[in-house]
Design a protein around this ligand. Structure first.
Ligand code: HPA
Length: 288
């Protein structure tokens, strides 16, 4: 049975009558602190939302926080569920569709990831320009939900080029180095073997992680604009002497967390100005 995003969205909307988020945010492993910066209107535990798939992973709080960040009305998912938790892949469509029904236009995704490049070590930030979905899984497999989007759709420029330009400009303004590259989604839950990492290098990725592509596929299908940033917590398996572990991921996620927070907040402030300008232009042209 497919989960019903309408029930979930209605439930959340009742908690924040009249509030319409414009940007959805997904916070990855060890990045949940950004939610503390939100001027919160309501914070709703996933397990109270009808049909919402809950995450069992440490470092993923499991609540949606609604309020303002950088002046922008946002709905922030503090924690996410992953394929490797054993859920039905189709269930991963629910959170993004719920956000879409609440009114978001843009989805900003964060994750923790390993790096394929020695020069992009732990503590680096990488804006995602494209992805390779190596899991063979996809939340959109099954009957198409025509209400949300077409059966077949393009993934070219799925990571919105204009949003990427804005992010790069904000990073420059803040003096933060923001790399750009391709994210490879590995199913997990184990980290990759060194032999796998050597083999994957031939595919041309820059970072590897265990999330993000489900949200991107669902968001793209329903016409959302997407921006995504990886917080690099380690060099990929076999590239350094450190043995990979979730504790290490959580610990190293802290290195760039402050930079990531400033980047996201100033990005939202910039976006608010841009959306306002576009609104003024459209009303001046008589388009409403
Ligand atoms: N591989 C997969 N997922 C990850 C990694 C990694 O090296 N680091 C953080 N999440």
């Amino acid at each position: 049975m497919t989960l019903d995003p309408h029930k979930a969205a209605d439930f959340v909307q009742k908690a924040v009558p009249g509030f319409a988020p414009r940007v959805g945010i997904v916070l990855g492993s060890g990045l949940g602190d950004l939610a503390e910066k939100i001027e919160t209107i309501a914070s709703i535990e996933y397990d109270t939302i009808p049909d919402f798939p809950a995450s069992s992973v440490e470092g993923h709080a499991g609540r949606v926080v609604l309020g303002r960040l950088g002046g922008m009305p946002v709905a922030c998912m503090q924690g996410r569920v992953h394929y490797y938790e054993g859920v039905n892949p189709q269930d991963l469509a629910l959170p993004v569709r719920m956000l879409k029904l609440l009114g978001i236009e843009i989805l900003l995704i964060t994750n923790a990831a390993g790096s394929f490049k020695k020069k992009m070590g732990p503590g680096s930030l990488m804006m995602i320009s494209d992805h390779i979905n190596l899991t063979g899984l996809n939340p959109l497999v099954g009957a198409n939900e025509d209400e949300f989007g077409p059966r077949f759709f393009s993934m070219e420029d799925a990571y919105d080029p204009t949003l990427r330009k804005h992010l790069a400009a904000v990073a420059k303004e803040l003096g933060i180095t923001l790399h750009e590259g391709v994210y490879l989604h590995y199913l997990g839950p184990n980290f990759e073997t060194p032999a796998e990492i050597r083999a994957f290098k031939a595919l041309g990725p820059d970072a590897v992680g265990m999330s993000t592509t489900p949200e991107v596929l669902v968001a793209r299908h329903c016409g959302l604009r997407i921006a995504a940033i990886s917080n690099i917590t380690n060099l990929a398996a076999g590239m350094s002497k450190t043995q990979l572990s979730h504790e290490q991921t959580l610990e190293c996620a802290k290195i760039a967390a402050a930079d990531l927070e400033s980047l996201v907040i100033v990005f939202l402030e910039t976006l608010k100005r841009e959306l306002l300008k576009a609104h003024i232009r459209s009303t001046e042209n008589g388009v409403h």
